[in-house]
Design a protein around this ligand. Structure first.
Ligand code: SF4
Length: 331
């Protein structure tokens, strides 16, 4: 039987065709002593199909907490005894954050709101925010506002929103164990509408929410079918008060294997380190991931937890000789 990494070398590295679900599972099951080989192949794939540049993004929360949905990992749900309470940010603070983000060299600035989907008030806030940011600074604006109607998709595209984030969070088969207030299919539909409207699609999820290794492979293959422009990969950071508060952290080696397998399933995507990596991987692991398929990072703080200082991450990119992707390339 041919070794799965030999097959992947021909199929993914040379031809640019991502791993199938069965191949992704086989790679996830590789013994730990083959992890360096797996990471090295994922790095080669990233360099061949995406290049050495790293996309840097900042995120800001326009509306934090008090969400009516029950995503079991999320401290912003109003359904759990979590410490995050509903707070709105004003437009000057939003613009200030966008300017500071641009100063780090970042090309994307993502406005996030903890909602099921936007209402009129939020759409108006976003419209005003996007306009004010564009007047103040040269940076692509992305949004993450939950599930959208077709009219809302069209409105965001018309405002000039460059990319829309809507995560599937986990595989279709595991999703009902994570969220009960809406379905995976509803999320999928928003993703399709976003892409059809010409915005870039950012869609990823969280690893370590009690899914099996088979379900991780399933999720990688489902994202492979969707082909998002960007996939943010989070590792569960169990938040106090949420139903997943007592879940264990993903083991560092498992996390690195998952990163590499997602890269091999999605050879051309922007694969972004999102939340949870500091806990799961630590500083050394962050470096390993950057050499194992990751080609994008979020600088600064995440939405409800603290990340690393931006200069630490930016220094790592200099050490690794990976230039920050320039804004002109993305316009
Ligand atoms: S993940 Fe989003 S939709 Fe789900 S509870 Fe958190 S803020 Fe609400």
């Amino acid at each position: 039987m041919t070794d799965v990494l030999e097959t992947a070398r021909v199929q993914v590295l040379e031809s640019g065709r991502g791993l199938t679900e069965a191949q992704a599972l086989e790679c996830l099951r590789l013994p730990d002593d083959r992890l360096p080989e797996l990471l090295a192949l994922a790095h080669e794939v990233r360099m061949k199909w995406c290049g050495p540049e790293v996309e840097v993004e900042g995120i800001i929360s326009l509306k934090t907490g008090g969400c009516p949905e029950d995503c079991h990992f999320c401290s912003q749900s109003g359904k759990f005894e979590s410490p995050v309470r509903a707070v709105w940010l004003d437009i000057p603070s939003l613009v200030k954050a966008a300017v500071e983000t641009a100063e780090t060299g970042a090309t994307e600035f993502c406005i996030v709101a903890a909602v099921r989907g936007p209402d009129r008030r939020l759409m108006e806030q976003v419209r005003a925010g996007v306009k004010a940011i564009r007047e103040a600074v040269d940076i692509n604006v992305a949004c993450s506002l939950g599930m959208l109607t077709q009219d809302q998709v069209d409105e965001l595209a018309e405002m000039g929103v460059h990319r829309y984030n809507h995560n599937l969070e986990t595989s279709r088969s595991h999703f009902p164990k994570v969220v009960t207030t809406h379905t995976w299919e509803e999320r999928w539909d928003t993703c399709l509408m976003v892409r059809a409207a010409g915005m870039e699609l950012c869609c990823g999820g969280i690893v370590g929410m009690g899914e099996t290794v088979e379900q991780r492979a399933e999720f990688a293959a489902q994202l492979g079918t969707l082909e998002p422009d960007e996939v943010p990969l989070n590792f569960l950071n169990p938040r106090p008060g949420t139903p997943f508060a007592s879940y264990p952290l993903v083991d560092g080696k498992e996390a690195l294997k998952t990163i590499a397998v997602f890269r091999l399933a999605l050879p051309r995507t922007i694969l972004r380190y999102a939340g949870g990596r500091e806990l799961t991987l630590g500083d050394l692991g962050t470096r390993d991931g950057m050499l194992g398929g990751i080609n994008a990072i979020i600088v600064g703080n995440y939405l409800t937890t603290l990340g690393r200082a931006p200069d630490q991450d930016l220094k790592l990119l200099v050490d690794l000789k990976m230039p920050i992707k320039a804004l002109s390339d993305t316009l």
